[in-house]
Design a binder for this molecule. Structure first.
Ligand code: EPZ
Length: 418
């Protein structure tokens, strides 16, 4: 096991390159199942969830090699089950449902079960697949889905779901006839997946808006594609620069994917400027308290809520953070309280009072973004912070501590911890 040890107080300076987007890479790698042959994916981030997805595709019979550039040959895909062991560690494994059903007419995927941040069911995915003609049976914790050939349908999501939209888009591209997805997720990663599918020969329109239409085709061909930058990693680095009163140029990110985060950082008082090839963040000594409410894109991303909370612990006054996407995404709060933060939770609201001087402590990561938040807290805390269970961080970040160290942070990964 490893832990991350941070000595707080260093101001970050310099420039840092953002890796490929985890939440784009996962559906895109799964979409390789929709075509027979060898696809090449570039700028693939080096993180745990991508390793799990590669392992899953290998278990289905695909030949998978490489990492930063991943090559997947689906010629011999002959298994159709995503086992509990893999799905439990990564619920995005459910993203093979649509492609397997769409191209092979069968899929068995373990129900993901809950995770630290909430129940996270896939009822919307299953409702859509059934509307497209799939026979869905739930047995022994597995979803058993079959369909001779899916047919198009009009699907109205009861709520906005990112991977639900992605799964059904992938199910629809080889279905017979047209499919309409209403109340679809508008995240940049959904738009990027549609871009890849269209490069493979699909006919998708409207991705990135709440109304997506798909005209089914008979076959798709393999693709060569470079993954877009990770907007959540970029946002995390922006907060790191702001909270340490640093001056950092975050390169290779797409500012247009960061408008909500940029708006809130500016409202709080950070200096954020879009430069050629990146975003520069200059931190300040004082911050204004700033409320946020997490919403589906283009609203403030839930994946940035924990990181922004740490910044608000440095603000002069009271900020209200409203978490509207997941029912239990304040797992980082008890650990921040142990570092001296002043936060009160009331249902889906967290009231953060500042400025407080955070004190270094041994803290436990509980989920992906909570671990990033604890690293950010360690950057500004007095003394030493040890973040345990960093496998949570490694699931979703590509060597974050290496990037922070290159910007001047006193941070290192050492053996030990739970
Ligand atoms: C995606 O998860 C992301 N993961 C999450 O990122 C992100 O937090 C989330 O979207 C919201 O933006 C990937 O893209 C791999 P949802 P997803 O379906 O698709 C409920 C990270 O930190 N819901 O949009 O699983 C669900 O419980 C991760 O990188 C249903 O009730 O999220 C949640 O409350 C964490 N039924 C809400 O909708 C369903 O069938 C939004 O979930 C589907 C979802």
């Amino acid at each position: 096991m490893y832990k991350i040890v941070i000595k707080g107080g260093k101001r970050l300076a310099g420039e840092v390159w953002v890796s490929g987007a985890k939440n784009a890479a996962l559906p895109i790698l799964a979409s390789s199942l929709l075509a027979r042959g060898q696809s090449t994916y570039r700028n693939v981030p080096g993180l745990g969830d991508v390793v799990t997805m590669r392992k899953l595709l290998g278990q289905l019979g695909a030949k998978v090699r490489g990492d930063g550039t991943t090559v997947i040959d689906t010629t011999n895909v002959n298994h159709f089950e995503a086992p509990y062991e893999l799905v439990k560690t990564m619920r995005a494994s459910a993203l093979v449902l649509g492609p397997l059903l769409g191209r092979h007419g069968q899929a068995r995927v373990s129900l993901p079960g809950g995770c630290a941040i909430g129940a996270r069911p896939i009822d919307q995915h299953l409702k859509g697949l059934a509307a497209m003609g799939a026979r869905i049976e739930l047995e022994h914790g597995l979803v058993n889905a079959r369909a001779r050939r899916l047919h198009g349908a009009t699907i109205v999501f009861d709520l906005v779901t990112v991977t639900g939209t992605e799964n059904l888009m992938m199910a629809a591209v080889l279905a017979k006839g047209g499919t309409t997805l209403e109340n679809a997720a508008c995240e940049p990663e959904v738009e990027e997946l549609a871009r890849v599918l269209n490069k493979m020969g699909a006919h998708i329109r409207g991705a990135g808006t709440p109304l997506v239409t798909v005209e089914g085709v008979d076959e798709l061909h393999p693709v060569d594609h470079a993954i877009i930058p990770d907007r959540i990693e970029a946002g995390t680095l922006m907060v790191a620069a702001a909270i340490t009163r640093g001056n950092v140029l975050i390169r290779d990110c797409m500012p247009e994917h960061l408008d909500a985060v940029t708006a809130k950082l500016r409202a709080a008082g950070a200096e954020v400027t879009y430069e050629e090839g990146g975003v520069r963040v200059v931190g300040k000594n004082e911050y204004r308290p700033t409320d946020i409410a997490t919403r589906p894109h283009p609203g403030f991303p839930t994946d940035m809520q924990a990181q922004f909370m740490v910044l608000m612990s440095r603000a002069n006054g009271q900020s209200v953070l409203s978490e509207n996407i997941f029912e239990n995404r304040f797992m980082h709060v008890p650990e921040l309280l142990r570092m001296g933060a002043d936060i009160v939770i009331d249902g889906h609201l967290a009231v953060v009072r500042g400025p407080v001087k955070l004190k270094g402590a041994k803290v436990m990561a509980t989920d992906l973004r909570a671990s990033a938040c604890l690293v950010l807290a360690g950057l500004v805390a007095e003394g030493t912070t040890e973040v345990l269970r960093v496998y949570h961080l490694d699931r979703g970040y590509d060597h974050l501590e290496r990037k922070l160290r290159a910007l001047g942070a006193d941070i290192r990964r050492v053996r030990g911890g739970l």
